[in-house]
Design a protein around this ligand. Structure first.
Ligand code: COA
Length: 165
C-alpha cells in the first residue's frame, strides 16, 4: 500500500473518487464527468489545488485506488457538511474493488495528520446508514447536534466534526 500527498494533477482521480463518495451511480449518473454539472458536488473538486486544499492519494502496486481530501467553503457556497469558513470539509472515496482493505483508514489517518498541522478542526457529511460513520467515530469525529437533514437521495445525512485543539 502507498499513501502520498495529492498534487494538482490528481484532479481527475479526485473527480473519480467524488463519484464514489457521493454515490453518484445511485443517483443516476454514469460517469464522473456528469458531476461537473452539479454545483453542489462539483465544488468539492473544481479547481483542485486552490489555497487551503489538502489531500492524499493511496493505492496498491503504484496504482491509485482512493483519495481523501479537504477544502474550505464559505457561507455563500457551503458544502453539505459546512460548519464555518475556517473548518475545511473532508471527502473520501475508495474504488469499489479495494474497499475493506484498510486503504480508507490509512487515507484518513494521513490526511488528518496533515490537517492537524494546518487547521483546528475538520468536518464532513455522511449518511446515517453509511458504515463509514463508524470509521469516522473511531477517528474521533462527533456528530454536530441538530445537523441531521434530508439529502437529495431521500436519506438522512449528518455533519460530523473532529477537533484537533
Ligand atoms: C468509506 C470508504 C472510503 C472506506 O474505505 P475502505 O478502504 O473501505 O476502508 P477500510 O478498509 O479502512 O475500512 C474502514 C471502514 O470503511 C467501511 N467499509 C469497509 N468496507 C466497505 C465497503 N465495502 N463499503 C462501504 N464501506 C465499507 C467500514 O465502516 C469500515 O469500518 P468497519 O470495518 O469498522 O465497519 C470506502 O468504503 C468507500 O469509498 N465507500 C463508498 C463511498 C463513501 O461512502 N464515502 C464516504 C462518504 S461520507
Amino acid at each position: 500500500m502507498f499513501i502520498r500527498p495529492a498534487e494538482a494533477d490528481d484532479e481527475k482521480l479526485l473527480w473519480a473518487m467524488l463519484y464514489e463518495a457521493s454515490y453518484a451511480h445511485e443517483n443516476g449518473m454514469d460517469s464522473p464527468d456528469q458531476l461537473r454539472d452539479v454545483p453542489t458536488l462539483a465544488h468539492y473538486v473544481e479547481g483542485w489545488g486552490a489555497a487551503g486544499d489538502l489531500g492524499v492519494v493511496g493505492g496498491f502496486d503504484g496504482v491509485p485506488l482512493g483519495a481523501a481530501w479537504l477544502r474550505l467553503f464559505d457561507a455563500e457556497d457551503p458544502a453539505y457538511g459546512y460548519v464555518d469558513a475556517d473548518t475545511p470539509e473532508l471527502a473520501i472515496g475508495v474504488a469499489p474493488e479495494s474497499r475493506g482493505t484498510g486503504l480508507g483508514t490509512a487515507l484518513m489517518s494521513a490526511l488528518l495528520d496533515a490537517a492537524s498541522e494546518k487547521y483546528d478542526a475538520v468536518s464532513l457529511s455522511v449518511r446515517q446508514e453509511n458504515p463509514a460513520l463508524r470509521l469516522y467515530q473511531r477517528l474521533g469525529f462527533v456528530e454536530v447536534a441538530g445537523s441531521a437533514k434530508a439529502n437529495p437521495a431521500g436519506t438522512t445525512s449528518v455533519t460530523m466534526v473532529l477537533r484537533f485543539h
